[in-house]
Design a protein around this ligand. Structure first.
Ligand SMILES: [Ca+2]
Length: 99
């Protein structure tokens, strides 16, 4: 159990650090010193992946044992899992708004 507790503490600490990084937004998203069309794509990606990233991060921080069991980690932030969850969430929002 001590190993599980240590792993959970590490996972939660990494998630809390990732939380701060994830919710930063800037006009110059790629940090190259100028605002270009490439930044627009990153703004769209930032917004599109927000629901999935939120769900992943909330699971990591508040349901750490479940995240540990499902092998969810900070690597899932802005990854395939986040994209799938985001797509599902956005589709659900569209369906609900069109009712
Ligand atoms: Ca830029």
């Amino acid at each position: 159990m001590a190993v599980g507790s240590f792993a959970m503490q590490q996972l939660r600490a990494a998630a809390e650090q990732a939380w701060d990084i994830r919710w930063q937004i800037a006009s110059d998203m790629n940090g190259d010193g100028v605002v270009t069309i490439a930044d627009v794509g990153l703004w769209i990606k930032w917004i599109f992946l927000a629901p999935g990233d939120l769900l992943v991060l909330l699971t990591l921080i508040y349901a750490t044992p479940i995240a540990l069991f499902l092998e969810i980690s900070t690597e899932n932030i802005s990854g395939f899992m986040s994209a799938a969850l985001s797509l599902f969430t956005w589709l659900l929002i569209v369906v609900v708004l069109n009712r």
